[in-house]
Write a protein that binds this ligand. Structure first.
Ligand SMILES: NC(=O)c1ccc[n+]([C@@H]2O[C@H](COP(=O)([O-])OP(=O)(O)OC[C@H]3O[C@@H](n4cnc5c(N)ncnc54)[C@H](O)[C@@H]3O)[C@@H](O)[C@H]2O)c1
Length: 261
């Protein structure tokens, strides 16, 4: 399928992990893709994705917590690739700490990147959808922790519940303009973030060796396996497609049945 031929898609955190799976799916379906992420090697990651897919892919180094930088990044993407019609707010961070150790800095980092960053990118994308008259699509990466808080991550859970709030509020404001806003909740997807989770949660919850906590949690997934960035990309592409024109304000799990609400 080449559902996005001629369209420009912006993906935050698109250089690796889940975001790369999302960016790759759009590239394979004909889109021009801008990936924006905090790592300095983001342009090199874009070049690698362009070589792999044959698509136009550019990489922009961006801190999503900086409103002026967000504005510049969307401007740079449109200058190179044309008007953006899909924006995926996927960049995120997690830290894990017991309540007595959780610092204000950690609280602010999680809320700033995961919630404010999502909002700032939605806000800039909306300005651009309106300027170009596009019935744009916004897709925000939340988490299973937007459904249910987990131990040692109240700040992360708050940030991801916040993503759902932002999604629903914007969906209501934009519905009459034909702009849809949806959130996705990945479960356990094997990425660098999950490696960190496995190591730190594993140390804090008991005597787990590398990979052991993940294996135990994966065993609890009805489908009995972790998900892949490509499987998340497939859901995001559906939500960005014409087939999802009547879906807005929704929060959709992609987790092998881990959470059924
Ligand atoms: N891996 C999982 O199991 C899982 C589960 C649920 C939700 N998520 C969410 O999925 C998203 C992607 O996670 P991942 O597992 O691919 O993690 P990852 O650590 O592999 O990637 C995180 C991405 O976020 C970007 N990022 C972090 N801070 C940024 C900032 N200030 N500005 C711009 N970019 C920034 C990084 O550059 C990177 O591209 C996150 O929002 C995460 O919370 C992941």
């Amino acid at each position: 399928m080449r559902r996005f031929a001629g369209q420009t898609v912006f993906v935050t955190g698109g250089n690796k992990g889940i975001g790369r799976g999302i960016a790759k799916r759009f590239a394979e379906e004909g889109a021009k893709v801008a990936i924006a992420a905090i790592e300095k090697d983001t342009p090199a990651a874009a070049e690698a994705l362009a070589n792999e897919t044959g698509a136009d892919v550019i990489g922009i180094v961006l801190d999503v917590t900086d409103a002026a930088a967000v504005r510049d990044a969307y401007g740079a993407a449109e200058a190179k690739l044309g008007a953006i019609s899909v924006s995926v707010q996927n960049a995120g961070v997690i830290t894990i700490a017991k309540v007595e150790d959780l610092t204000e800095r950690e609280w602010d980092l999680n809320l700033d990147v995961n919630t404010k960053g999502v909002f700032l990118c939605c806000q800039e994308a909306i300005r651009r959808f309106r300027a170009s008259g596009s019935k744009g699509r916004l897709i925000n990466t939340a988490s299973g922790q937007a459904r249910q808080g987990f131990i040692y991550t109240p700040h992360y859970a708050a940030s991801k519940f916040g993503v759902v709030g932002v999604t629903q509020s914007l969906a209501k404001e934009l519905a009459r303009e034909g702009i849809t806003v949806n959130a996705i909740c990945p479960g356990i997807i094997h990425t660098e973030m999950w490696d960190y989770n496995d190591r730190v949660w594993g140390q804090m919850l008991g005597e787990y060796g590398p990979g052991e906590l993940m294996a135990e949690w994966v065993e609890g997934i009805p489908m009995g396996r972790a998900g892949t960035p490509a499987e998340v990309g497939a859901l995001v592409a559906f939500l960005a497609s014409e087939d999802a024109a009547y879906i807005t304000g929704q929060t959709i799990n992609v987790d092998g049945g881990l959470i059924m609400s």
